[in-house]
Design a protein around this ligand. Structure first.
Ligand code: NAD
Length: 360
């Protein structure tokens, strides 16, 4: 598969990481660092060893896995390690992991000594189809997701589907939510294709098409002045539910699971306050619910969930900003809704679950 050209860098697709080998052979970095988490150290470093057996002059910085660690404390740890290991401005940071590692590593690299080079090697489906492309880096602050960050472009993104073989099923399905989103916002035919795909065994051409869609959006609008806001479809409500779940559930929702709920709620809003027709709304809901788990929540959480949305970066003058579908494959943005309209969509989601329990 041909590399995809992004904002000053390429996204390479080769299972054996030959492009990464070429990139490193042609470069002259003073030092090379890998940022990993415990799981990617265990499962993904051996893949690096297999395909780049001669790469041995590097240090590994390892963090604990999970969204709860995508914060300033861990980031300070990364900066300290870079300093202690003698990273200078001519060093390279290789972020090997899911979206948590690629987001935080990109942020750490873009701020250390006012910015050092970094590359992304995404190892989850979610980070391959979405998080590693587009130049958004960042960390969470308290319960507010991705609120601290930079726009910073990597030197390259290297995608190998080999990494996905050690990813558990739940993580694969979570990543599939971003694939579904890409179809919904940009490409009806692609949505039809993914409707018959197996979320736990995604074919490389599907990953490639998702990256193409995301890349088209982020190269057209790198700084989210317009079109890029469409990538937020499902995320305004999804992020708020995810934050709530992270704070309260013993086994919190994964990003894509929360996004799936957000896409149903925002699908409803697309029907009610934009032009998505009822037939397409039903199609969206039936497909999403056939793949992703239901999540029940009581009306008592609404206040908290709305409060989390108030911190969303897309808001304007106290109103909450949405990207909403006009049809499957097309998305509008800068649609501002009030709290009672958002609550309607949470009620709508809850009613779906009630109907299901009445039927069974
Ligand atoms: N920057 C962006 O544009 C963007 C876009 C979408 C999402 N994101 C961010 O991405 C993050 C979610 O990413 P994620 O879903 O990849 O989560 P993650 O990075 O937490 O990875 C999920 C889990 O899988 C493990 N793992 C990773 N690769 C593995 C492998 N190959 N084998 C076995 N285990 C592996 C990780 O250790 C972790 O426990 C969120 O923080 C979200 O905000 C960023």
């Amino acid at each position: 598969m041909q590399p995809i050209q992004s904002n000053g860098y390429s996204v390479f697709f080769d299972a054996n990481l030959s492009s990464l080998k070429d990139f490193l052979d042609q470069s002259s970095y003073s030092k090379i660092f890998f940022l990993t988490d415990l799981n990617t150290s265990e499962h993904c470093m051996p893949v690096i060893g297999k395909y780049l057996p001669h790469l041995d002059n590097y240090d590994i910085i390892e963090v604990d896995p999970g969204e709860a660690n995508k914060n300033i404390d861990y980031c300070i740890g990364v900066w300290h390690m870079l300093l202690d290991f003698g990273a200078d401005r001519n060093s390279l940071l290789i972020n090997l992991g899911g979206g948590v590692v690629t987001d935080m590593g990109g942020f750490a690299a873009s701020t250390y000594k006012r910015g050092i080079d970094f590359v992304q090697i995404p190892t989850t489906l979610l980070s391959q189809v979405d998080a590693s492309v587009g130049g958004k880096t960042g960390i969470d602050l308290g319960s507010v997701k991705n609120i601290i960050g930079t726009f910073a472009q990597p030197q390259g993104v290297f995608i190998s589907t080999d990494f996905l073989s050690t990813l558990d099923k739940r993580q694969l399905i979570s990543g599939f939510a971003e694939v579904v989103k890409h179809g919904l916002i940009a490409d009806r035919a692609y949505f039809d294709t993914i409707k018959s795909a197996d979320a736990t065994a995604i074919d490389p051409p599907i990953i490639y098409r998702s990256v193409q869609i995301k890349n088209h959006v982020v190269t057209t609008d790198p700084y989210e002045k317009g079109l890029r806001k469409t990538l937020n479809f499902g995320h305004t409500i999804g992020h708020a539910i995810e934050t709530y779940s992270l704070k309260t559930d013993r086994d919190p929702l994964l990003h894509g699971e929360a996004l799936a709920i957000g896409m149903i709620c925002e699908g409803y809003l697309s029907h009610k306050y934009n032009s998505l027709n009822g037939v397409e709304l039903d199609e969206l809901i039936a497909f999403i619910r056939s793949v992703f788990p239901d999540y029940s929540f009581s009306k008592k959480i609404y206040t908290d969930v709305i409060d989390y949305m108030k911190n969303d970066k897309k808001n304007l003058q106290g109103q909450i900003g949405f990207a909403l579908l006009s049809q499957i494959g097309k998305c509008d943005f800068n649609i501002y809704l009030k709290e009672d309209q958002i609550i309607e969509s949470l009620d709508f989601y809850n009613d779906l679950l009630i109907k299901k329990s009445e039927q069974s």
